[in-house]
Design a protein around this ligand. Structure first.
Ligand code: 8YV
Length: 312
């Protein structure tokens, strides 16, 4: 758990550090009736877990994505869920552009080449692709997607997008992912994870992206069929992929590890101390505001009706 969450919660609450307990289940059972809030950073919270805590009123999640939390089951039990949107947008967008440049210009491969002493023999081969003048399709134009779009344009990359519905923005909208993938050079995934988006990017979408295509994923690994991606990379159905997230983190599909046209980061999208502390502070502020004013700062969408009608 992030240090800011630990110090911030300790100031206002009687905190149980479950991960430090020898038998966390026993502690949960023993103190179930006292636990009114849970702060979490990536644990699965489903209906069965919520049923163990009858006094629970708030789950404050560290991170913008909350696909491991069943927010609908929480709402049904009168439990609010909060996440940490906004404060990590710039960091994740920066990482996305960094990963894109690394992938298009093969920068990690070139660095490995230098360290291996190969430069003494001959220069690193020219990269087949360049970034300027290419087109990017953003799958999931939310806050982070918009921050990526601004940066992409500064790099001379045109932007299009696919969402479930069109937004009031100037970027070209494609009503289906297949049309978007067919139209662009770079597919940038920023859509939330979870059952609704599982394997949206499959063999058909990768084929549509085509042999010059680059896939970047800074969202959730579950959005991509990793098996199909490994196949598309090894058969050069697409040119390359830059990934920060994986289906079964921290495990990475073994085939991806062997492919030189994949750039692989260990889920570091928001992982700077200042940004993680800002996320941690928002967890603390959500908890504090809920218990002092009854208004969490950043409830997730599934919790909003509960706040409008607390008796429901
Ligand atoms: C963090 C993230 O890695 O916010 C998210 O949804 O994926 C990342 O910022 C994650 O929150 C760590 O628990």
């Amino acid at each position: 758990m992030n240090e800011t969450v630990l110090t911030g919660t300790a100031e206002h609450f009687d905190v149980i550090r479950l991960w430090e307990e020898d038998d966390p289940d026993a502690v949960l059972a023993e103190r179930a009736k006292e636990i009114t809030a849970v702060a979490t950073g990536g644990t699965t919270i489903d209906g069965a877990f919520l049923d163990k805590l009858p006094a629970l009123r708030l789950v404050a999640s560290f991170g913008v994505g909350y696909d491991k939390i069943d927010a609908t089951a929480a709402a049904e039990r009168g439990v609010i869920v909060t996440n940490t949107p906004g404060v990590l947008d710039n960091e994740v967008a920066d990482t996305a552009l960094g990963l894109l440049l690394m992938t298009v210009r093969e920068l990690p491969q070139a660095e490995r080449y230098l360290r291996a002493g190969s430069w003494n023999e001959r220069p690193y081969p020219l990269t087949p692709a360049t970034l300027h003048g290419r087109s990017m399709g953003i799958l999931g134009l939310g806050r982070i997607g918009e921050a990526i779009a601004v940066r992409a344009q500064a790099f001379g990359v045109s932007v299009a997008y696919h969402n479930r519905s069109q937004k009031d923005v100037s970027y070209q909208y494609y009503p289906t992912l297949l049309e978007l993938a067919s139209a662009v050079d770079i597919l940038m995934i920023v859509i939330p994870g979870g059952d609704e988006t599982r394997h949206l990017v499959d063999a058909e979408i990768l084929k549509a992206l085509g042999p010059g295509g680059i896939l970047i994923n800074v969202a959730r690994g579950t959005v991509v069929d990793e098996e199909a991606l490994a196949e598309a990379l090894s058969t050069k159905t697409i040119l390359g992929a830059g990934l920060d997230v994986y289906e079964h983190e921290p495990a990475v599909h073994p085939a991806l590890l062997t492919l030189d046209n994949a750039v692989l980061l260990p889920h570091v999208g928001s992982a700077s101390i200042p940004t993680r502390n800002a996320m941690g502070q928002l967890v603390v502020d959500n908890l504090h505001n809920w218990f002092t004013h009854g208004t969490p700062l950043t409830p997730v969408q599934e919790s909003t009706s509960l706040l409008q009608n607390p008796q429901s």
